[in-house]
Design a protein around this ligand. Structure first.
Ligand code: FAD
Length: 390
Protein backbone atom coordinates (compact mmCIF):
# COMPACT_ATOMS: atom_id res chain seq x y z
CA UNK A 1 0.00 0.00 0.00
CA UNK A 2 1.36 3.44 -0.91
CA UNK A 3 1.15 5.64 2.17
CA UNK A 4 0.18 9.27 1.80
CA UNK A 5 2.46 11.69 3.63
CA UNK A 6 1.45 12.55 7.19
CA UNK A 7 -0.65 15.75 7.23
CA UNK A 8 0.58 18.96 8.81
CA UNK A 9 -2.21 19.13 11.37
CA UNK A 10 -4.80 16.96 13.14
CA UNK A 11 -7.38 17.43 15.88
CA UNK A 12 -5.63 14.77 17.96
CA UNK A 13 -2.16 13.21 17.67
CA UNK A 14 -1.57 10.02 19.67
CA UNK A 15 1.94 8.78 20.44
CA UNK A 16 1.95 4.96 20.79
CA UNK A 17 -0.34 2.63 18.82
CA UNK A 18 -0.73 -0.45 21.00
CA UNK A 19 -3.78 -1.22 23.14
CA UNK A 20 -4.18 2.23 24.73
CA UNK A 21 -3.26 4.35 21.69
CA UNK A 22 -5.01 2.31 19.00
CA UNK A 23 -8.24 2.01 21.04
CA UNK A 24 -8.28 5.75 21.79
CA UNK A 25 -7.62 6.55 18.11
CA UNK A 26 -10.43 4.26 16.94
CA UNK A 27 -12.95 5.81 19.34
CA UNK A 28 -11.98 9.43 18.57
CA UNK A 29 -11.92 8.86 14.80
CA UNK A 30 -15.37 7.28 14.99
CA UNK A 31 -16.55 10.49 16.69
CA UNK A 32 -15.44 12.37 13.55
CA UNK A 33 -12.15 13.82 14.80
CA UNK A 34 -9.07 13.94 12.56
CA UNK A 35 -6.69 11.61 14.37
CA UNK A 36 -3.07 10.61 13.77
CA UNK A 37 -1.78 7.66 15.82
CA UNK A 38 1.76 6.39 15.37
CA UNK A 39 4.26 4.01 16.92
CA UNK A 40 7.97 3.59 16.53
CA UNK A 41 7.54 -0.20 16.54
CA UNK A 42 6.36 -2.38 13.65
CA UNK A 43 2.69 -3.28 13.13
CA UNK A 44 2.15 -6.74 14.65
CA UNK A 45 5.37 -6.71 16.69
CA UNK A 46 5.53 -8.29 20.14
CA UNK A 47 6.23 -6.61 23.47
CA UNK A 48 7.30 -7.84 26.92
CA UNK A 49 3.86 -8.50 28.36
CA UNK A 50 1.63 -11.41 29.13
CA UNK A 51 -1.94 -10.74 28.02
CA UNK A 52 -4.76 -12.11 30.16
CA UNK A 53 -7.83 -9.90 29.68
CA UNK A 54 -10.36 -9.34 32.46
CA UNK A 55 -14.14 -8.95 32.07
CA UNK A 56 -14.21 -5.13 31.63
CA UNK A 57 -11.74 -5.46 28.74
CA UNK A 58 -13.82 -8.14 27.04
CA UNK A 59 -16.97 -6.06 27.52
CA UNK A 60 -15.34 -3.17 25.64
CA UNK A 61 -13.82 -5.37 22.93
CA UNK A 62 -17.26 -6.93 22.36
CA UNK A 63 -18.82 -3.48 22.09
CA UNK A 64 -16.17 -2.42 19.59
CA UNK A 65 -16.63 -5.54 17.45
CA UNK A 66 -13.05 -6.64 18.12
CA UNK A 67 -13.68 -9.95 19.91
CA UNK A 68 -14.99 -11.65 16.75
CA UNK A 69 -11.79 -10.71 14.97
CA UNK A 70 -9.69 -12.07 17.82
CA UNK A 71 -11.57 -15.36 17.56
CA UNK A 72 -11.06 -15.38 13.76
CA UNK A 73 -7.32 -15.05 14.50
CA UNK A 74 -7.49 -18.25 16.58
CA UNK A 75 -7.71 -16.70 20.04
CA UNK A 76 -9.38 -19.34 22.24
CA UNK A 77 -12.41 -18.63 24.41
CA UNK A 78 -11.62 -19.07 28.10
CA UNK A 79 -14.72 -20.22 29.96
CA UNK A 80 -13.36 -20.96 33.41
CA UNK A 81 -10.78 -19.67 35.83
CA UNK A 82 -9.19 -21.66 38.65
CA UNK A 83 -7.35 -20.20 41.65
CA UNK A 84 -5.08 -22.85 43.16
CA UNK A 85 -3.66 -22.04 46.56
CA UNK A 86 -1.10 -24.12 48.44
CA UNK A 87 1.21 -23.80 51.43
CA UNK A 88 2.90 -26.20 53.83
CA UNK A 89 -0.47 -26.90 55.49
CA UNK A 90 -2.38 -28.03 52.39
CA UNK A 91 -4.01 -26.84 49.20
CA UNK A 92 -7.32 -25.44 48.02
CA UNK A 93 -8.80 -25.01 44.53
CA UNK A 94 -11.43 -22.39 43.76
CA UNK A 95 -12.90 -22.96 40.27
CA UNK A 96 -15.16 -20.33 38.73
CA UNK A 97 -17.11 -20.57 35.46
CA UNK A 98 -17.35 -17.27 33.57
CA UNK A 99 -20.91 -16.11 34.24
CA UNK A 100 -22.61 -14.63 31.18
CA UNK A 101 -23.32 -10.97 32.03
CA UNK A 102 -23.44 -7.80 29.93
CA UNK A 103 -22.69 -9.94 26.86
CA UNK A 104 -19.45 -11.32 28.33
CA UNK A 105 -19.52 -15.13 28.34
CA UNK A 106 -15.80 -15.86 27.95
CA UNK A 107 -12.40 -14.32 28.63
CA UNK A 108 -9.50 -14.14 26.16
CA UNK A 109 -5.72 -13.87 26.26
CA UNK A 110 -4.75 -12.78 22.74
CA UNK A 111 -1.03 -12.50 21.94
CA UNK A 112 0.00 -8.85 21.75
CA UNK A 113 1.07 -9.51 18.14
CA UNK A 114 -2.64 -10.12 17.49
CA UNK A 115 -4.49 -7.78 19.88
CA UNK A 116 -2.45 -4.65 19.14
CA UNK A 117 -2.58 -5.28 15.37
CA UNK A 118 -6.34 -5.90 15.36
CA UNK A 119 -6.91 -2.70 17.37
CA UNK A 120 -4.65 -0.71 15.01
CA UNK A 121 -6.60 -2.08 12.02
CA UNK A 122 -9.89 -1.13 13.72
CA UNK A 123 -8.52 2.38 14.27
CA UNK A 124 -7.63 2.65 10.57
CA UNK A 125 -11.07 1.40 9.54
CA UNK A 126 -12.61 3.92 11.96
CA UNK A 127 -10.89 6.70 10.00
CA UNK A 128 -7.68 7.31 11.96
CA UNK A 129 -4.36 7.85 10.17
CA UNK A 130 -2.34 4.93 11.64
CA UNK A 131 1.44 4.80 11.17
CA UNK A 132 4.17 2.47 12.34
CA UNK A 133 7.92 3.06 12.22
CA UNK A 134 7.30 6.69 13.21
CA UNK A 135 8.93 8.14 16.32
CA UNK A 136 8.05 11.20 18.38
CA UNK A 137 11.17 13.22 19.12
CA UNK A 138 9.75 16.24 20.91
CA UNK A 139 6.61 18.25 21.65
CA UNK A 140 5.68 21.60 20.11
CA UNK A 141 4.35 24.39 22.34
CA UNK A 142 2.48 27.62 21.71
CA UNK A 143 3.90 30.92 23.00
CA UNK A 144 1.69 30.53 26.05
CA UNK A 145 3.29 27.14 26.75
CA UNK A 146 0.35 24.97 25.67
CA UNK A 147 1.31 21.72 23.93
CA UNK A 148 0.40 22.25 20.28
CA UNK A 149 1.85 19.30 18.38
CA UNK A 150 4.79 16.94 17.97
CA UNK A 151 8.13 16.73 16.24
CA UNK A 152 8.43 13.29 14.67
CA UNK A 153 10.68 11.22 12.48
CA UNK A 154 8.47 9.72 9.78
CA UNK A 155 8.68 6.40 7.93
CA UNK A 156 11.20 7.78 5.44
CA UNK A 157 13.45 9.21 8.16
CA UNK A 158 12.42 12.85 7.64
CA UNK A 159 12.03 14.99 10.77
CA UNK A 160 8.94 17.20 10.69
CA UNK A 161 6.44 19.11 12.79
CA UNK A 162 2.78 18.15 13.08
CA UNK A 163 0.28 20.47 14.78
CA UNK A 164 -2.46 19.08 17.03
CA UNK A 165 -5.33 20.40 19.13
CA UNK A 166 -4.49 17.69 21.66
CA UNK A 167 -1.47 15.39 22.00
CA UNK A 168 -2.14 12.10 23.78
CA UNK A 169 0.74 10.08 25.20
CA UNK A 170 -0.08 6.37 24.90
CA UNK A 171 3.62 5.63 24.88
CA UNK A 172 3.88 3.21 27.75
CA UNK A 173 5.26 3.19 31.26
CA UNK A 174 8.45 5.10 30.33
CA UNK A 175 6.37 7.71 28.49
CA UNK A 176 8.38 10.42 26.79
CA UNK A 177 5.25 12.58 26.55
CA UNK A 178 4.86 12.37 30.36
CA UNK A 179 8.53 13.23 30.79
CA UNK A 180 8.36 16.25 28.43
CA UNK A 181 5.24 17.72 30.07
CA UNK A 182 6.58 16.98 33.57
CA UNK A 183 3.71 14.65 34.54
CA UNK A 184 5.19 13.10 37.64
CA UNK A 185 3.49 10.28 39.59
CA UNK A 186 1.38 11.31 42.57
CA UNK A 187 0.80 7.74 43.74
CA UNK A 188 3.59 5.17 43.83
CA UNK A 189 3.52 1.44 44.48
CA UNK A 190 5.89 0.20 47.15
CA UNK A 191 6.65 -3.23 45.65
CA UNK A 192 7.50 -4.72 42.26
CA UNK A 193 7.16 -8.28 41.05
CA UNK A 194 9.72 -9.81 38.75
CA UNK A 195 8.52 -12.41 36.30
CA UNK A 196 9.44 -14.75 33.47
CA UNK A 197 7.15 -16.16 30.81
CA UNK A 198 7.14 -18.35 27.74
CA UNK A 199 4.87 -20.19 25.29
CA UNK A 200 4.43 -23.95 25.16
CA UNK A 201 2.95 -26.48 22.75
CA UNK A 202 1.56 -29.78 23.92
CA UNK A 203 0.57 -28.33 27.29
CA UNK A 204 -3.20 -27.77 27.04
CA UNK A 205 -4.99 -26.26 30.06
CA UNK A 206 -8.70 -25.95 30.76
CA UNK A 207 -9.15 -22.19 31.16
CA UNK A 208 -7.01 -19.74 33.12
CA UNK A 209 -5.15 -21.31 36.02
CA UNK A 210 -3.62 -19.01 38.64
CA UNK A 211 -1.40 -20.66 41.27
CA UNK A 212 -0.37 -19.02 44.54
CA UNK A 213 2.16 -20.22 47.10
CA UNK A 214 3.82 -17.99 49.71
CA UNK A 215 6.56 -16.10 47.84
CA UNK A 216 5.56 -17.09 44.31
CA UNK A 217 2.79 -16.99 41.73
CA UNK A 218 2.29 -18.89 38.47
CA UNK A 219 -0.22 -18.57 35.63
CA UNK A 220 -1.13 -21.02 32.85
CA UNK A 221 -3.27 -19.39 30.18
CA UNK A 222 -4.52 -20.67 26.81
CA UNK A 223 -3.57 -18.40 23.90
CA UNK A 224 -3.28 -18.31 20.10
CA UNK A 225 -1.96 -21.16 17.94
CA UNK A 226 -2.99 -23.80 20.49
CA UNK A 227 -0.21 -22.63 22.81
CA UNK A 228 -0.21 -22.14 26.56
CA UNK A 229 1.33 -19.05 28.09
CA UNK A 230 3.16 -19.95 31.31
CA UNK A 231 4.44 -17.27 33.62
CA UNK A 232 6.20 -17.39 36.96
CA UNK A 233 6.43 -14.40 39.29
CA UNK A 234 8.67 -13.91 42.32
CA UNK A 235 9.51 -10.95 44.57
CA UNK A 236 13.26 -10.93 43.83
CA UNK A 237 14.86 -9.92 40.54
CA UNK A 238 14.26 -12.68 37.98
CA UNK A 239 16.46 -10.95 35.45
CA UNK A 240 19.74 -11.47 37.31
CA UNK A 241 22.00 -14.48 36.73
CA UNK A 242 22.80 -16.35 33.52
CA UNK A 243 20.08 -17.43 31.08
CA UNK A 244 20.46 -21.01 32.33
CA UNK A 245 20.05 -19.92 35.97
CA UNK A 246 16.97 -17.88 35.17
CA UNK A 247 15.51 -20.75 33.16
CA UNK A 248 16.20 -23.00 36.14
CA UNK A 249 14.37 -20.62 38.48
CA UNK A 250 11.40 -20.56 36.06
CA UNK A 251 11.15 -24.36 36.02
CA UNK A 252 11.57 -24.58 39.81
CA UNK A 253 8.86 -21.98 40.53
CA UNK A 254 6.45 -23.72 38.12
CA UNK A 255 7.23 -27.11 39.69
CA UNK A 256 6.79 -25.81 43.27
CA UNK A 257 3.58 -23.88 42.58
CA UNK A 258 1.77 -25.85 39.89
CA UNK A 259 2.00 -29.60 40.62
CA UNK A 260 -0.29 -30.44 37.69
CA UNK A 261 1.90 -28.47 35.23
CA UNK A 262 5.48 -29.03 36.45
CA UNK A 263 5.70 -32.74 35.57
CA UNK A 264 4.19 -32.07 32.10
CA UNK A 265 6.81 -29.43 31.21
CA UNK A 266 9.35 -32.01 30.04
CA UNK A 267 7.00 -33.36 27.35
CA UNK A 268 5.91 -29.87 26.30
CA UNK A 269 7.72 -27.91 23.58
CA UNK A 270 8.73 -24.34 24.34
CA UNK A 271 8.11 -22.00 21.40
CA UNK A 272 10.65 -19.16 21.33
CA UNK A 273 12.71 -17.85 24.23
CA UNK A 274 11.70 -17.24 27.82
CA UNK A 275 11.18 -13.53 28.43
CA UNK A 276 12.04 -11.75 31.66
CA UNK A 277 10.73 -8.63 33.33
CA UNK A 278 12.85 -7.29 36.21
CA UNK A 279 9.92 -5.49 37.87
CA UNK A 280 8.98 -1.83 38.19
CA UNK A 281 6.94 -0.08 40.87
CA UNK A 282 3.48 0.99 39.72
CA UNK A 283 2.27 4.60 39.70
CA UNK A 284 -0.52 7.00 38.80
CA UNK A 285 0.61 10.10 36.95
CA UNK A 286 -1.23 13.37 36.42
CA UNK A 287 -2.98 12.40 33.14
CA UNK A 288 -3.77 15.76 31.52
CA UNK A 289 -2.72 19.37 31.16
CA UNK A 290 -2.81 22.22 28.64
CA UNK A 291 -3.02 20.53 25.23
CA UNK A 292 -2.03 17.04 26.41
CA UNK A 293 -3.37 13.86 28.03
CA UNK A 294 -1.98 10.45 28.97
CA UNK A 295 -3.69 7.08 28.56
CA UNK A 296 -2.68 3.48 29.32
CA UNK A 297 0.57 2.73 31.13
CA UNK A 298 1.83 6.24 30.34
CA UNK A 299 -0.61 7.51 32.97
CA UNK A 300 -1.27 4.51 35.19
CA UNK A 301 0.78 1.37 35.65
CA UNK A 302 -0.19 -1.39 38.07
CA UNK A 303 2.00 -4.36 38.94
CA UNK A 304 1.73 -7.17 36.33
CA UNK A 305 1.06 -9.72 39.09
CA UNK A 306 -2.66 -8.84 38.92
CA UNK A 307 -2.73 -8.87 35.08
CA UNK A 308 -4.85 -5.75 34.73
CA UNK A 309 -2.80 -3.28 32.65
CA UNK A 310 -4.45 -3.95 29.28
CA UNK A 311 -7.89 -3.85 30.91
CA UNK A 312 -6.95 -0.47 32.44
CA UNK A 313 -5.64 0.77 29.09
CA UNK A 314 -8.85 -0.11 27.20
CA UNK A 315 -11.06 1.22 29.99
CA UNK A 316 -9.17 4.54 30.17
CA UNK A 317 -9.18 4.83 26.36
CA UNK A 318 -12.97 4.56 26.55
CA UNK A 319 -13.29 7.13 29.36
CA UNK A 320 -10.86 9.57 27.72
CA UNK A 321 -12.56 9.33 24.32
CA UNK A 322 -15.99 9.86 25.89
CA UNK A 323 -14.71 12.89 27.81
CA UNK A 324 -13.16 14.45 24.69
CA UNK A 325 -16.07 13.46 22.42
CA UNK A 326 -18.69 15.00 24.66
CA UNK A 327 -16.69 18.17 25.23
CA UNK A 328 -16.08 17.35 28.89
CA UNK A 329 -13.36 18.55 31.18
CA UNK A 330 -10.23 16.35 31.24
CA UNK A 331 -10.34 16.65 35.03
CA UNK A 332 -13.44 14.42 34.83
CA UNK A 333 -11.37 11.81 33.00
CA UNK A 334 -8.81 11.86 35.79
CA UNK A 335 -11.53 11.62 38.45
CA UNK A 336 -13.21 8.64 36.78
CA UNK A 337 -9.85 6.90 36.16
CA UNK A 338 -8.73 7.35 39.75
CA UNK A 339 -12.09 6.33 41.18
CA UNK A 340 -11.86 3.02 39.32
CA UNK A 341 -8.13 2.54 39.93
CA UNK A 342 -6.99 3.51 43.40
CA UNK A 343 -8.38 0.60 45.38
CA UNK A 344 -7.32 -1.96 42.77
CA UNK A 345 -3.87 -0.37 42.67
CA UNK A 346 -3.50 -0.70 46.44
CA UNK A 347 -4.56 -4.38 46.36
CA UNK A 348 -2.14 -5.11 43.46
CA UNK A 349 0.64 -3.54 45.45
CA UNK A 350 -0.16 -5.69 48.48
CA UNK A 351 -0.18 -8.84 46.32
CA UNK A 352 3.15 -7.72 44.77
CA UNK A 353 4.64 -7.37 48.27
CA UNK A 354 4.46 -11.17 48.73
CA UNK A 355 4.02 -10.29 52.40
CA UNK A 356 0.95 -12.52 52.70
CA UNK A 357 -0.20 -15.95 53.71
CA UNK A 358 -2.82 -17.89 51.77
CA UNK A 359 -5.92 -16.64 53.67
CA UNK A 360 -4.71 -13.06 53.15
CA UNK A 361 -4.10 -13.43 49.40
CA UNK A 362 -7.51 -15.08 49.08
CA UNK A 363 -9.01 -12.01 50.76
CA UNK A 364 -7.12 -9.78 48.27
CA UNK A 365 -8.57 -11.81 45.39
CA UNK A 366 -12.11 -11.35 46.68
CA UNK A 367 -11.49 -7.60 46.99
CA UNK A 368 -10.12 -7.52 43.42
CA UNK A 369 -13.17 -9.35 42.15
CA UNK A 370 -15.44 -6.75 43.79
CA UNK A 371 -13.43 -3.94 42.21
CA UNK A 372 -13.64 -5.58 38.78
CA UNK A 373 -17.42 -5.91 39.15
CA UNK A 374 -17.60 -2.22 40.01
CA UNK A 375 -15.45 -1.44 36.97
CA UNK A 376 -17.70 -3.50 34.70
CA UNK A 377 -20.86 -1.82 36.05
CA UNK A 378 -19.22 1.61 35.51
CA UNK A 379 -18.49 0.73 31.85
CA UNK A 380 -22.12 -0.26 31.35
CA UNK A 381 -23.43 2.87 33.12
CA UNK A 382 -21.21 5.20 31.03
CA UNK A 383 -22.50 3.66 27.81
CA UNK A 384 -26.14 4.01 28.96
CA UNK A 385 -25.54 7.63 29.97
CA UNK A 386 -24.00 8.39 26.54
CA UNK A 387 -26.89 6.64 24.75
CA UNK A 388 -29.50 8.67 26.64
CA UNK A 389 -27.58 11.92 26.03
CA UNK A 390 -27.39 11.24 22.24
C1 FAD B 1 5.77 -8.87 32.29
C2 FAD B 1 4.44 -8.20 32.11
C3 FAD B 1 3.29 -8.95 32.10
C4 FAD B 1 2.05 -8.33 31.93
N1 FAD B 1 0.93 -9.10 31.91
C5 FAD B 1 -0.27 -8.53 31.71
C6 FAD B 1 -1.46 -9.32 31.63
O1 FAD B 1 -1.44 -10.55 31.71
N2 FAD B 1 -2.65 -8.67 31.43
C7 FAD B 1 -2.72 -7.32 31.34
O2 FAD B 1 -3.83 -6.79 31.19
N3 FAD B 1 -1.61 -6.55 31.40
C8 FAD B 1 -0.40 -7.11 31.58
N4 FAD B 1 0.72 -6.34 31.62
C9 FAD B 1 0.57 -4.89 31.48
C10 FAD B 1 0.48 -4.48 30.01
O3 FAD B 1 1.60 -4.95 29.30
C11 FAD B 1 0.42 -2.95 29.89
O4 FAD B 1 -0.51 -2.45 30.81
C12 FAD B 1 0.03 -2.53 28.47
O5 FAD B 1 1.02 -2.92 27.55
C13 FAD B 1 -0.16 -1.03 28.39
O6 FAD B 1 -0.45 -0.71 27.04
P1 FAD B 1 -0.10 0.72 26.45
O7 FAD B 1 -0.72 0.75 25.09
O8 FAD B 1 -0.46 1.75 27.44
O9 FAD B 1 1.48 0.76 26.37
P2 FAD B 1 2.53 -0.18 25.64
O10 FAD B 1 1.98 -1.53 25.38
O11 FAD B 1 3.78 -0.09 26.48
O12 FAD B 1 2.78 0.53 24.24
C14 FAD B 1 3.42 1.78 24.15
C15 FAD B 1 3.88 1.97 22.72
O13 FAD B 1 4.37 3.30 22.60
C16 FAD B 1 5.43 3.27 21.66
N5 FAD B 1 6.28 4.44 21.88
C17 FAD B 1 6.97 4.75 23.00
N6 FAD B 1 7.64 5.91 22.80
C18 FAD B 1 7.38 6.30 21.53
C19 FAD B 1 7.82 7.40 20.76
N7 FAD B 1 8.64 8.34 21.24
N8 FAD B 1 7.37 7.50 19.48
C20 FAD B 1 6.54 6.55 18.97
N9 FAD B 1 6.11 5.49 19.67
C21 FAD B 1 6.52 5.37 20.93
C22 FAD B 1 6.15 1.97 21.94
O14 FAD B 1 6.87 1.56 20.78
C23 FAD B 1 5.01 1.03 22.31
O15 FAD B 1 4.62 0.24 21.20
C24 FAD B 1 1.97 -6.93 31.80
C25 FAD B 1 3.13 -6.17 31.81
C26 FAD B 1 4.36 -6.79 31.96
C27 FAD B 1 5.60 -5.95 31.96
Amino acid sequence: MIMQPINNSYDVVIVGARCAGAATAMLLAELGLRVLVFDKSRLGSDTVSTHALMRPAVLLLNRWGVTDRLEEEGTPRIERTAFLYADDHGSEAVEVDIKPRHGVDALYAPRRTVLDRVLAEAAREGGADVRHGVQMLDLLRSRAGRVSGVVLRDESGDVREVQAGLVIGADGRRSKVAQLVGATPYVWGRYATSCAFGYFRNLPVDGNRWYYRPGMGVGAIPTNDGQTLLFAAVPEDFASGSAAERGGTFVRVIGDSAPDIGPRLRAAERVGKLRFFPGMRGFLRQPWGEGWALVGDAGYMSDPITAHGITNALRDADILARTIGYGGDLADYQMARDDLSLKFFEISDRVASYDWDIPTVQQYHRMMSQEMNREEEAMVAMESASASAA
